[in-house]
Design a protein around this ligand. Structure first.
Ligand SMILES: [Zn+2]
Length: 204
């Protein structure tokens, strides 16, 4: 859950028991609970209101965590930016960082507490596989994400060329691509992906 979601539920808990906790203590709660889906924290607060005589300790929440189901975690979707993990890993000056992927929702229910990744100076992304313009799935993924995506800005020129050609081919499905890539290898990749997109059930 995000810090804002956590704060809203904590405020409800404090108001209900007429208790105010100091912010260092609230920070300690958040550090302990941030990986939970907000739904679990919210349901446990409802349970606490029904069962607890006094303001429950953090330990009460940790002890009772499995009494309520977390929010249903959706199946992962293919994502070239985070390799479908939901997390983008970066290094900066020797330190490692983890972020929520900006291109998919694979983090939902798994890594809700992390900040969203956006390109930062000095950070090197280490999580996604090497761009391969001859990998039809990767080209297809980048073409679907489009030029507005973070993935597009991070992609290599050859990847963008292949994805652009694929987008042009898709918009005029039966015509030749407006600007076929010069490289025979890239032309072959685009042909393969166009062929896949033409297969029944793939339309959309
Ligand atoms: Zn992702």
């Amino acid at each position: 859950m995000t810090h804002i979601e956590f704060s809203e539920v904590l405020r409800l808990l404090q108001t209900s028991f007429d208790v105010t906790i100091a912010s260092p203590k609230a920070d300690a709660w958040y550090r302990q609970l941030h990986e939970w889906p907000v739904d679990r924290f919210r349901r446990l607060v409802t349970l606490a209101l029904a069962e607890c005589e006094r303001f429950p300790a953090l330990a009460w929440f940790v002890k009772n965590r499995d009494r309520v189901p977390g929010a249903a975690v959706a199946p992962r979707t293919a994502c070239p930016i985070c390799d479908s993990t939901g997390l983008v890993h970066t290094t900066c000056a020797g330190a490692a960082y983890a972020w929520r992927c900006p291109e998919c929702a694979n983090w939902a229910g798994r890594a809700d507490g992390y900040p969203v990744w956006h390109p930062l100076p000095g950070h090197t992304v280490t999580s996604h596989a090497e761009w391969n313009p001859h990998d039809p799935l990767m080209v297809k993924g980048l073409a679907l994400l489009g030029p507005e995506s973070v993935a597009w800005r991070a992609a290599t020129p050859a990847m963008r060329t292949a994805a652009l050609a694929l987008r042009a081919a898709r918009s005029a499905m039966d015509a030749a691509p407006a600007e076929p890539p010069a490289s025979p290898g890239l032309r072959a990749t685009v042909r393969t992906v166009v062929q896949q997109l033409r297969e029944p059930g793939e339309e959309g």
